[in-house]
Design a protein. Sequence first.
Length: 143
Amino acid sequence: MGAVERDERSKDRSIGPGARVGGRSPTGGDPGGAAPNGVTALEPGQRWTLARKREVVLRLLRGESIEALSRELGVESYRLQEWYDGALAGLDSGLRERGGDPLVAQLKAAHAVVGELTMMNELYQERIRRNENRPFAPKRSRR
């Protein structure tokens, strides 16, 4: 490859606005600008809220790389991985639960009725035990 060809190839890759020059971008991204998804690096003294963490995890689920997000947001990649793993664990447990099963509702209602009847039976047996001589209340005279 000649020097002329090398010069023309370098002209094709001209540096425009927003193009990177050199190595990696600085950690923390652009502190003043907003990211496309609304999540930006934190200012000093700010904390990561649940909503901000959720947005980051959603970006990871959409396929963005952990390393790129780590550099953009100024968060360690191991911490992003923890958020991601926690979100997947919560998702798994949420999907594991069964809600609205009619048989479970009927079973709970039947257990409640059985418990109530058992309690009434125990109370009646105790009442009869106390009044061994008179299991029933005396009758009123008919006069």
